[in-house]
Design a protein around this ligand. Sequence first.
Ligand code: AMP
Length: 238
Amino acid sequence: MGLYIILMGVQGAGKGEQAKYISQSYGIPHVSTGDLFRAMKTRTDALAQRIQGILAAGNLVDDETTNEMVRERLSQDDAKHGVILDGYPRTPAQAEWLDRYLQSRGERIGVVLLLQLDLYSAFKRAFGRVTDSETGKSYNIYYNSGGIDWKFVDHPTDKQFPPRLLATLRQGGRELTRRSDDGSAHAVLTRIDTYTEQTRPLIAYYDQQNVVARVNADQTIEQVGSDIRQVIQAAQGK
Ligand code: AMP
């Protein structure tokens, strides 16, 4: 039996950070459907263009396209003995498809890690975050804003967007980057709405399978990581 883990939680709950850590500790690949979609940014074909539009608006890509991309990724060699899924599944249809797919490989979900965070903090974590692409260091206007000049600017053409957040390093004046889909408050709110409406119902689905472990995401990265390690150890002992 491989180690198949799902990381669930609202945007900003810290799924990406924890997934990297689990991937390193347990030697299983980190598969983020959001990262796979964002990686299509450089492609110019019609599918990639359509997906960029969906991401920018904060909406979900259709189930068929998403499942197909996951099938392709999970059939690669490094995913033979397990995987940490981040941002997938996000709809009941995806969850059912994944169960059938794993069953066809003689596998099943070992644990669903639910990172719990209130929605107000989720908004601030996602909308406020910026990264220095040179050093990889992250900042947040609400939590960790030292040494940064922050400005709200109108979108150059589309006035219906709320203002965007622009961050520059005070020393050296380097502009910091934001994940393209964190760019507007409207898109972040749409993602939170989509999570509560479409993804949250999956908790009941997985509760029925008795595989959900709840972890408090409103703690330091290290503490959340340590709680997760305990949960995975318990799941491996089952
Ligand atoms: P994330 O990085 O997980 O927040 O995903 C960024 C964006 O990618 C989402 O807002 C969706 O537009 C798209 N996306 C990621 N995962 C999925 C999924 N499982 N189903 C549909 N769309 C997804």
